[in-house]
Write a protein that binds this ligand. Structure first.
Ligand code: PLP
Length: 467
């Protein structure tokens, strides 16, 4: 018997538990937790089927920019819908994809001159990896076979196998190691926990030196260096020291290796500037954009590159120099229309100025946490914030993993009407760049309250356990 899947009184909770498999989710715990089923929105709030409202404290996984149900973006998508929802970029051009490419290049670091569309963050990095690899095989006068990439420790570039190959998050990636291509890894330049024999300064210096050593030794085999600029998001909002991105760019120039910068998370105002690269006056050879590109409305990715790369793919059609890669929904018209409306709002509403005010407010609001006995570190760059919780601040030991401490904090926040999502025991705050300051305050205050509640509870469990 078939049921009416559109019925107003459909048992959605049941269907969710029986039909869906959620991403990055331990499903046995999920089915007991009754996560809100979102059916509406109002500005920066999401509304569930029971009518409860939740402040979106993580920009719907780091992509929302101007809030939800934004009249200007809704209108732009609707107008596009009245024309055509999708047509292919294979063999046809499309109006919104052309306008958006022009708008992106006008705002991206000078030197980038070509836009290759796809439909997610992972695909933008896959595109850059394949283009870099193929570039070396086709460049003139002397083509080379350069078959590996230099990555940064604990990197995250997506979940497809190519991006997992250049990633380094053990928990997500170790299971697939035999399926991956070989890469080299430079240590992530962060110094909360440093290897024995190092001070924080000597360790950071070592990280700077190590990239150079690896490039010097292996540049003839390296197609590119791949990195997240300024902040490694999924690794736990790890903030790089000032100058690291520029250091890597200089070394790439010196050793003639291409630089792929993954701005999927940092792009579109998340670190304070439209693109994080701007803060170190860096122009990469490939700039990967997704998440915020459509204002957080629709799936869209873009890999921007230079004329030098582009030219190596030119030739007579039968010579086989073409970039043979494309996804069916590449450069989707609705997504590009949303992206154009989003860029317009950035300027009309001075969103970057708002983001700067919000970033300063967050620093002030979270200042007390720096002394908190169970906070190892508060890391922040612009609107990307990570609060790392530990059992012991001196030894940096964690609470037992069974406690799922970060997860407990987000459940406590949800009870107070705020949506957060942790990375292990790092509480992540990622408000939208356009969020007004009174809502920013509410997210910070709720996070602190929930951290205190959950930590107190965890300490009690620990003392009961040892008694
Ligand atoms: C989220 C993210 C990706 C992957 O984007 P998807 O759209 O989920 O494929 C890649 N790189 C970085 C830095 C990210 O934060």
């Amino acid at each position: 018997m078939t049921v009416d899947f559109l019925a107003a009184d459909a048992p959605l909770r049941d269907w969710d538990n029986h039909c869906l498999w959620h991403p990055f989710t331990p499903m046995s715990a999920w089915v007991t937790e009754q996560a809100p089923i979102i059916s509406g929105s109002d500005g920066f709030q999401l509304i569930d089927t029971a009518g409860h409202r939740y402040l979106d404290g993580i920009s719907s996984l780091w992509c929302n920019v101007h809030g939800h149900h934004v009249p200007e973006i809704d209108q732009a998508v609707r107008e596009q819908l009245d024309r055509v929802a999708h047509s292919t970029l294979l063999g046809l051009a499309s109006e919104p994809s052309i306008r958006l490419a022009k708008a992106l290049l006008d705002r991206a670091p000078a030197g980038l001159s070509r836009v290759f569309y796809s439909d997610s963050g992972a695909t933008t990095v896959e595109v850059a990896l394949k283009m870099a690899y193929q570039y070396h095989r086709q460049k003139s006068p002397a083509a080379e076979d350069r078959s590996t990439f230099l990555c940064i420790g604990n990197a995250y570039h997506g979940d497809t196998l190519g991006t997992v190959s250049v990633g380094g998050i053990d928990l997500f990636h170790r299971c697939y190691r035999h399926l991956l291509f070989q890469t080299l890894t430079a240590p992530s330049p962060v110094a909360l926990r440093v290897p024995a024999g190092h001070t924080q300064d000597s360790w950071l210096q070592h990280c700077f030196d190590e990239v150079e050593r690896l490039l010097q030794l292996h540049h003839q085999n390296l197609a590119a260096v791949v990195m997240e600029p300024l902040v490694q998001g999924a690794a736990g909002i790890l903030v790089h020291p000032t100058g690291y991105l520029q250091h890597v760019r200089r070394l790439c120039d010196k050793y003639d290796v291409l630089l792929i910068v993954d701005e999927v998370a940092t792009g579109f105002g998340r670190t304070g500037s439209l693109f994080a690269c701007e803060q170190e006056q860096v122009c990469p050879d490939f700039l990967c954009l997704a998440k915020g590109i459509s204002g957080g409305y629709l799936p869209l990715g873009a890999t921007l590159t230079t004329e030098r790369i582009y030219k190596a793919f030119l030739g007579e059609p039968w010579q086989g120099r073409t970039f043979y890669h494309g996804h069916t929904y590449t450069g989707n018209a609705l997504a590009c229309a949303a992206g154009l409306a989003s860029l317009k709002l950035f300027e009309e509403r001075r969103v970057l100025e708002n983001a700067a005010a919000s970033a300063a407010l967050i620093s002030a609001r979270l200042a007390d946490l720096h002394q908190h006995p169970h906070v190892a570190e508060v890391r922040q760059r612009g609107l990307m914030v990570g609060i790392e919780l530990v059992r012991d601040r001196e030894t940096l030991t964690s609470f037992p993993v069974q406690f799922r401490l970060g997860h407990q904090v987000t459940l406590a926040a949800r009870r107070r009407g705020v949506i957060l999502r942790p990375l292990g025991d790092v509480i992540v705050l990622m408000p939208a760049p356009a969020m007004p300051q009174h809502l920013i305050s509410r997210i910070c205050d709720t996070a602190i309250e929930c951290i205190n509640e959950v930590v107190a509870d965890a300490l009690q469990r620990c003392s009961l356990g040892s008694a």
